[in-house]
Design a protein around this ligand. Sequence first.
Ligand SMILES: *[C@@H]1O[C@H](CO)[C@@H](O)[C@H](O)[C@H]1NC(C)=O
Length: 396
Amino acid sequence: MWGIITDFFTYETTKSVVVKSWLVGTINRFMQLLIIVYFVGWVFLHEKAYQTKDTGIESAVMTKVKGFGRYNNQVMDVADYVVPQQGTSVFCIITRLIMTHNQTQGLCPQYGKNYRCTHDSDCDKHLRSHLANGIFTGRCLTEDGQCEIEGWCPTENDTVQTEYMEEVENFTIFIKNSVRFALFDITRGNFPRTIDINCMYDPVGNPYCPVFRVGDILRYANESFSAIAYKGGQIGIHIRWMCNFDQPVENCKPTFSFTRLDEAFEDNNVSKGYNFRFAKYYRSHDEEEYRTLYKAFGIHFDVMVSGNAGKFDVIPTLINIVAACTSVGLATVLCDIILLNFLRGAERYKAKKFEEVSDTDITAEVQSQSQSLQTIRNEGKISDDSGSFSNGRQRH
Ligand SMILES: *[C@@H]1O[C@H](CO)[C@@H](O)[C@H](O)[C@H]1NC(C)=O
């Protein structure tokens, strides 16, 4: 029991081997310098490891589009060309329409060269198709040479070429973005209180103006307006907040960037661009329901907000200082590899560094120890119990 206690109250420390070699010494100091430079330069100054970070940014976005265009001899305003109307971070500006007027419920020929027929049997293969504009009846309307459907008639012909609304290029989008960093309880907005609302965003001249021209956004995203206005497309507006609250809060400002989101499908043969359908319904005097079907092509905008904020804190600072100090010791690993494998006299260094103890040494040592123990015990036994001892010897 006493032995365990004395064993416990001890201190162990490692024995070091000092190698007086210019080469290994230089490599060791150089590696240590490299590790210190890495921690000070990259980890502390660049990555700001002394800060706590708030990455859970809370954000609200409101958008408002302004501008007038002419389309189909009508003046179009916001209520005509923006969907949905709520002014959220995701919205679409319609640039081109294919309209099918005066549709009513009924039976009519399905438009399209895939639906040509001469006999009823030619229409059988379409019976359960989802690709047409209604439910196939299975009949062939021979005077039209097209299969018959039941649904909204007449059916849409979406192969007609229509013009896009050129004025969209000059439309403006106002973006109001409010963010909050809950960890530090700091709220920021994307434009200062004093801004002139008649400004126009410019990445160099006016980077905090919240009004963006559609044509400019497409230019910053390297897209041509005419192509995207004709086929439709999806554009991302990224607002990034990278804030350092060790500096005054006023320096926490957003940066904007613009990308095309559906770029992956630009060279596809099917489903190019962005389009969707909607209809407007009305009743005639004879109480029959009519509708106008619109196939709309448009620029779909998505305002995305991301960012983080950091502020000095003791705990990450301490943790990273400890990590830096420990990592300086990594230099010895490399130096050991060089010292013990590639240097002249590596064997001698090895001999100094590692004390070799083999199995036979151990057994020899143990035997000599136990023999001396036995002699002590033998002496004791001889003195007080010689009878039993002599019995044991005789059995051998
Ligand atoms: C856009 O605005 C500029 C200048 O205000 C004007 O010259 C141009 O014709 C406009 N473009 C369209 C398509 O209306």
